[in-house]
Design a binder for this molecule. Sequence first.
Ligand SMILES: Nc1nc2c(ncn2[C@@H]2O[C@H](COP(=O)(O)OP(=O)(O)OP(=O)(O)O)[C@@H](O)[C@H]2O)c(=O)[nH]1
Length: 212
Amino acid sequence: MEARAAGSGRAGYNEALLHKTILVGDSGVGKTSLLVQFDQGKFIPGSFSATVGIGFTNKVVAVDGVKVKLQIWDTAGQERFRSVTHAYYRDAQALLLLYDITSKMSFDNIRAWLTEIHEYAQKDVVIMLLGNKADVSSERAVRTEDGASLAREYGVPFMETSAKTGMNVELAFLAIAKELKQRAVQPPDEPRFQIHDYIESQKKKSSCCAFA
Ligand SMILES: Nc1nc2c(ncn2[C@@H]2O[C@H](COP(=O)(O)OP(=O)(O)OP(=O)(O)O)[C@@H](O)[C@H]2O)c(=O)[nH]1
């Protein structure tokens, strides 16, 4: 899909709560599809058209009664666009790093992605690991526990998602929005929001099956 620049792109009155989030991961893992599912609640099946360059979509979500505007940047996973996308890491407050559960290679490349992220992004950037295409269980090449174990190793939250069915898509972005909002407005004497705990509690609430 061609990268697009939807939304106004202006921070407006909620400037303090505008947060840049970037989707990264190998080409074809489902970054654009995940964003379209979150933004428009739909999945466009059919032939794969790789993102060219980078573009963003603004999405406002309500977190505990506070409006948080996520500016979500969809990057091209192809190697030839890497130098372009690196430049955007620096301003990002959050990074959603995707692999495709049907592609072992996309999972094996996660370590290299994390190295790049640590090189180019801010030290305190919120990183979340997502194993996408969880609906294609018949072609699974990466076990859920391997995703969870890699995430533990790097100390980042993890979940499996499906841009097709919508499974955990909202949860992933909402958890990011909650974390960023807390960082921005939380009074120092209140207990810190724990993104790991939040995700685990939401997973338990969900009747869905992807976290065996
Ligand atoms: N079954 C299934 N297919 C998916 C899912 N997410 C994406 N796809 C398909 O995978 C292909 C690639 O999806 P994209 O969203 O374009 O992948 P991308 O990561 O944005 O790729 P680049 O733009 O090249 O970086 C498309 O054919 C999608 O329809 C999913 O959760 N389930």
